[in-house]
Design a protein around this ligand. Sequence first.
Ligand code: AMP
Ligand code: ZN
Length: 501
Amino acid sequence: MPERAFKLYDTQSRQVKALQTMEPGHLRFYSCGPTVYSYAHIGNFRSFLAADLVVRTAKALGWRVSWVTNITDVGHLTQDDVADAGGEDRMEKALHSKEGEQFANVWDLAEYYTTCYLEDWERLNLSRPEVRPRATQHVREQIVMTEELVANGHAYETPTGVYFNVDSKPDYGKLSGNTRDKLKEAVRDVVMDDNKRQQADFALWKKDDKHLMQWFSPWGWGFPGWHIECSAMARAYLGDTIDLHSGGEDNMFPHHECEIAQSESFTGKPFCNHWMHVRFLQVEGEKMAKRTGNFYTVRDLIEEGYDPIALRYALMSVPYGKPFNFTLQGLRDAMGNVERFRECWRRAEAAAEGPSTGIDGEGIDAFRAQLERLYDESLDAMCDDLNTSVGIAKALEGTKVILRESQLSQGQALVASRFLSQVEALLGIAPKPVDPQASGSQTSAYPVIDGRPIEVWIEERAQAKKSKDFAAADAIRKRLSDEGFELRDTPDGTSWTKSVP
Ligand code: AMP
Ligand code: ZN
């Protein structure tokens, strides 16, 4: 069988192309992590999840993956997203806010939000990166890089800091299209710093002996610019050139453009061969904002009773490159689908542990062939620029194949378990229920009505409708509705929602 290509849209060449690794079968991948001055929101996690899915897909292809994703725990400036880096320090601002009162200092604050971020990461079932470096632990590397950039003429010192001279890098702008001649336009809103040679030059180091987080450098006390940390950490762990780099769409300029300029001017080699940018998540049709009440963190939603795996499912239901409007209804629908995977696991485990059902007949071959085909198609979809909507749909079709059997044989149970494990490894939406007995408790993740999981009820209702026994089907809907579960019939099957108190 020919080897599958893993195709991804490359922002720099503006085309979908096969991800070519420098070393065959070994992906060197860097993805931008959060600034830990607050809880990461579900938009941030859309970006982190896309990175996780790259890793899962590459591993499903049998590749080795070296994945580095950083934690920005230095207090950067609120206007770091404009090339000039001005404004207030985000950490300091957070410390002086109402929520910040609980922290002793900025270090304490960064540590707290880092822990929360890692908890949310685990709860959304993201895989562990090989390295998760923190910017504050790599200031030395950032200083060394900055020193070298000054020495080789790409950067210069001013009374306020050290700046990268974009004129020294003729192809500056190659990623974002913000080339030097267009830059005046791109940064026109930025207050001109008289100390800079030109407006578009960006900060590598800021001199500031009043800053709450400060380090000593050849330029005195101060702190690094935001962009240099990713250049320094990517190089420290992955080498001079990496295969793939990702982040949210806002990272493309100036952050990633500046990373390219710094890294390539430092090493004299290409920095990254493939760029991936995740479209911003919108919530209920709008940009997420505390003001409009549509600002969701992972922990808020979990505390409200939503299942974290369903949240993961909902967040990845639309491919990363497409606009995505997150809604609570979408999340409720996801809960029913995630439950289907759990029910498959329960049945497979019960059948595997149950009495021997003898030798499987021909049926098992057809059963196996269907599940193998569906997994293959799911993987194909993921290799097609992470087409998660098709990838998930194929996996879900597999649950129908499993749940259609009134009783799995032991052979089928094995085949089903293998399918579920593969889906879990690839998509992360089908973890094995930790304790099947726990399904007896009435938690929102494992609803059981009259001693039977909701999926069994749904399946029975489907059978009743098929055999035109509408009275029985309606009775099931009514029984579930009495318990607060509403059923929704969609072309993909029936999902359920429970009103969250
Ligand atoms: P930050 O903590 O602001 O540096 O963001 C961490 C990551 O989340 C970056 O890669 C951002 O581009 C990404 N990001 C921020 N907001 C969103 C959003 N609404 N949708 C998708 N990604 C986002
Ligand atoms: Zn970064």
